[in-house]
Design a protein around this ligand. Structure first.
Ligand SMILES: [Zn+2]
Length: 80
């Protein structure tokens, strides 16, 4: 399973809803993530949720974390 998907499922189990149409989810993968080779995500991705009233990230355990301060670029997947 993709690491980012695992975190999204954990977040939903924690009661954090990421609803299409209401929230914009941006996923930023590390340079060495296997997703760049067409395989499952295995990096420590940034999951940035831009909801109507707040912006936050989803951490390793599906918890809300603060917006990242470390730089990211790379491949972005946006679900709308
Ligand atoms: Zn990844």
């Amino acid at each position: 399973m993709h690491e980012y998907l695992r975190r999204i499922l954990l977040a939903q189990a924690n009661g954090i809803f990421i609803e299409p149409g209401y929230s914009n989810l941006t996923i930023c993968h590390d340079n060495n993530c296997s997703i760049h080779k067409g395989q499952d995500c295995d990096c420590d991705p940034w999951l940035i949720v831009e909801a109507e009233k707040e912006v936050f990230c989803i951490g390793k355990n599906g918890e809300k974390t603060l917006h990242p301060s470390k730089g990211f670029t790379l491949k972005k997947t946006t679900i709308q």
